[in-house]
Ligand binder design. Structure first.
Ligand SMILES: [Zn+2]
Length: 252
């Protein structure tokens, strides 16, 4: 199983692109390996089906160039920070061994997002506990079970907004991020095709959705003095080795 540099825990197929697409695009441009773990299949979505969502996620994955993507198949709309969810996330962390984990903010209006945000944070710690969930013929010596902790956990934003600790300047990839979101034709914007005319209207399906998305990123960009920004929060402090970063230097 290939290791990745960055792993996203996404409650539903589309969250990785919608919430972290800019950071992921920049990571791919920098040659980093990116993985996405979708926790549910999105079967509770107001629009679309599990099959259409699977095809849309595959199209977005190709466009982004993700190295691994898997779906844990847990029940949409019924996620809780419990043993079932934590163990599934811990196993994913031990399989893919990312340096950076992206998981939702721990407070969110969508209970699935809050659950994955909180469980993801705990999973990042528990995955490094050697005796946690060691059931295997080879115990913790099994390559997929070796204890592991990501170096950094960032929590990403959903709809209602957060007070950002970090803003990633995504100005140069913002239009590409919109293209990633547009892969999810049944989810974002008014869409079209069979059943579109009679489908229930939501904010996500509103004709203004992509304008709102642009405004949201401009709002965070404004806070950082750039055109478009993507916000993230941390619980653990970030450690800076290169002081030039604090003087406007660039990440290398
Ligand atoms: Zn979601």
């Amino acid at each position: 199983m290939p290791a990745v540099d960055i792993l996203v825990f996404a409650p539903h197929p589309d969250d990785a692109e919608l919430c972290c697409g800019g950071l992921l695009l920049k990571a791919r441009q920098a040659g980093l390996r990116v993985g996405v773990v979708d926790v549910t299949r999105g079967e509770m979505a107001t629009r679309g089906t599990v099959a259409t969502r699977r095809r849309e996620a595959a199209a977005a994955s190709r466009l982004l160039g993700v190295h691994v993507r898997e779906n844990l198949g847990l029940p949409d709309g019924r996620l809780h920070d419990n043993e079932t969810l934590r163990q599934a996330l811990i196993r994913a962390l031990r399989r893919y061994r990312p340096s950076l984990l992206l998981t939702p903010h721990w407070e969110d209006q969508h209970p699935d997002h809050a659950a994955v945000g909180q469980a993801g944070l705990y999973a990042a710690w528990l995955a490094g506990a050697p005796k946690y969930d060691p059931r295997s013929a080879r115990g913790v010596a099994s390559p997929e079970r070796l204890p592991y902790r990501p170096r950094q956990v960032l929590h990403y934003n959903n709809r209602y907004g957060i007070q950002a600790d970090i803003i990633v300047d995504i100005s140069d990839v913002f239009e590409q991020k919109l293209e990633l979101a547009r892969c999810y034709k049944t989810q974002f914007g008014p869409g079209g095709g069979k059943g579109a005319a009679t489908a229930l209207r939501t904010r996500l399906s509103d004709v203004r959705f992509f304008d709102w998305l642009r405004g949201l990123h401009a709002f965070y960009g404004y806070q950082a003095g750039v055109r478009y920004g993507e916000p993230y929060c941390v619980k653990a402090p970030l450690c800076v080795e290169d002081v030039a970063l604090l003087c406007g230097g660039r990440l290398r």
